[in-house]
Write a protein that binds this ligand. Structure first.
Ligand SMILES: NC(=O)c1ccc[n+]([C@@H]2O[C@H](COP(=O)([O-])OP(=O)(O)OC[C@H]3O[C@@H](n4cnc5c(N)ncnc54)[C@H](OP(=O)(O)O)[C@@H]3O)[C@@H](O)[C@H]2O)c1
Length: 454
């Protein structure tokens, strides 16, 4: 009773309970308390006692012995005293190194971060900084260099608490240099690496699903084992595998997440490139063929995400990292470790522990190539850009002729399936897509792409 009255004096705004984690948000002193109680479920019985101690702490009446024992800044008893908790606050953990800030994805993430979190110290690597970059972002530190400048990249990564690598996701030297640098960082640090659902394409391993629907939809929770075991020739696989290896060898201090977008639509908001790839490529190919097109019956399906929703996944991941990790599976890290230990005699669970888990798909919707082609035909015909409102099926030979320098491009972009569900972002980041749908934005994306060709 006495305890309950004490709690009544503290206006509690939010109490949320997930597993054995309790979050208590109060309006007094803008206090946000995140209590992790390990020790499997019997930890629950300590909650009332912990609640009492929290109230004592906020009122300044906590017993000195407990205050000393729990202090973040207590004096070590001996050099390297492991009982000293690592003290990480949002003020400390805010040095960023960012690549790709002139790109469609990287620029949109960069601009959104700089806008939402001016308190973060951002450093960007650019090979060709836009002329007005410094005047637009006076507080951002600029390092001039390319992805081949290993030493420059490693040095910048070594001083960062969080590295957001969102330029060319397939550049192995850039990624290796980042990891080399991060391993020199004096405490744990976070890497968010960009991939793409091109890694799910069935072609060229099989032509079975070219222009036809593949029923398989990948979940980053249910199908995580398949996602992290793609064949060596799959797109983005080589750099994804670099992250898997680094996480396996250094996961205690190198916390990693791979973000894996499907095709992205909508206008970006960064200081450089603001258009995505699919629609400009589709418009380029339509101009060559004179009509929107698909292979076979065009039932092959692709995931889509609006750039704003995709950026939100990044922001949530960054905020989780700044908060010391949040509820995110960073690499192989598994929370509730005592519970897992308790269950680890089960071989299945032991097997699960060895799987890379920090993989975040991002699709918010799907569309078939035929539906996209037919909607595009109607829009472009209405705008006077093409002479018919119909889309047509084309042959493999016609598809191959569209991008003669890179013949796979047409098959990958318009003939394959890449179906995915962003289950992990929903579960671990509370992500809910809010941006307009692909169909709402299709006309303006098409008009942007056509304007860029004129
Ligand atoms: N857009 C999509 O729909 C989509 C979907 C799934 C996956 N992805 C993947 O995401 C990655 C980025 O896509 P994006 O659309 O943002 O591409 P983007 O607009 O072309 O941006 C690429 C960024 O990387 C930088 N960059 C590339 N090579 C570099 C180098 N050697 N040295 C220094 N900087 C370099 C570019 O700098 P500069 O400005 O100097 O060129 C630019 O800032 C790609 O790997 C792509 O495959 C994209």
């Amino acid at each position: 009773m006495e305890r309950r009255q004490r709690f009544q004096d503290v206006p509690v705004l939010k109490v949320s309970v997930r597993g054995v984690k309790v979050e208590l948000e109060t309006s007094s002193h803008n206090l946000y308390i995140d209590i992790d109680i390990d020790g499997s479920f019997h930890g629950w019985k300590f909650l009332p006692v912990i609640g009492d101690c929290i109230i004592d702490m906020t009122e300044g009446t906590l017993d000195n012995t407990l205050a000393d024992r729990w202090a973040f800044d207590k004096t070590p008893c001996f050099p390297g005293d492991k009982s000293i908790p690592s003290h990480v606050t949002s003020d400390d953990l805010a040095d960023f190194f960012k690549t790709g800030a002139t790109g469609y994805i990287g620029g949109s993430v960069f601009a959104a971060l700089a806008r939402k979190h001016p308190e973060y110290d951002l450093t960007v690597l650019l090979r060709k900084p836009p002329a007005n970059f410094k005047s637009q972002f006076p507080d951002v530190k600029l390092i001039q260099g390319s992805f081949d400048d290993s030493d420059i990249i490693a040095e910048a990564a070594a001083s960062a608490d969080i590295v957001i690598h969102s330029g060319d996701g397939d550049h192995e030297n850039a990624l290796n240099s980042i990891i080399t640098g991060m391993l020199r960082h004096d405490s744990k640090s976070y890497l968010i690496k960009l991939s793409g659902t091109g890694t799910l394409y069935e072609y060229p391993d099989t032509t079975e699903y070219l222009g036809r629907i593949n029923p398989k939809i990948y979940s980053d929770i249910d199908d995580i084992k398949e996602l992290v075991s793609r064949p060596d020739n799959a797109l983005h696989r080589r750099t994804d595998a670099i992250v898997f290896k680094a996480a396996a060898e250094h996961g205690n201090r190198l916390k990693t997440a791979i973000v894996c977008p499907p095709d992205i639509y909508g206008r970006g908001c960064g200081p450089g490139r603001r258009a995505s790839y699919y629609i400009p490529w589709f418009v380029e190919a339509i101009k060559k063929l004179g009509k929107p097109f698909y292979l076979q019956d065009g039932s092959n399906m692709r995931g889509w995400v609006h750039i704003d929703d995709f950026v939100q996944i990044y922001i949530s991941l960054v905020e989780a990292a700044v908060a010391g990790g949040g509820s995110v599976s960073w690499g192989r890290e598994v929370r509730n470790s005592y519970l897992i230990l308790f269950l680890s005699y089960l071989l299945f669970m032991v097997f699960q522990l060895n799987i890379y888990k920090g993989y975040f798909l991002a699709a918010s919707q799907e569309a078939s190539q035929r539906d996209i082609a037919e909607a595009t035909a109607k829009i472009l015909f209405a705008k006077g850009e093409i002479s018919s409102a119909d889309a047509q099926s084309i042959s493999n030979e016609e598809m191959a002729s569209l991008f003669p320098d890179a013949p796979y491009t047409g098959f990958f972009s318009f003939g394959c399936n890449s179906r995915s569900k962003a289950d992990r972002a929903a579960k671990e980041l509370g992500h809910v897509p809010k941006a307009p749908s692909f169909w709402d934005v299709l006309e303006s994306d098409l008009m942007d792409a056509i304007a860029a060709t004129k």
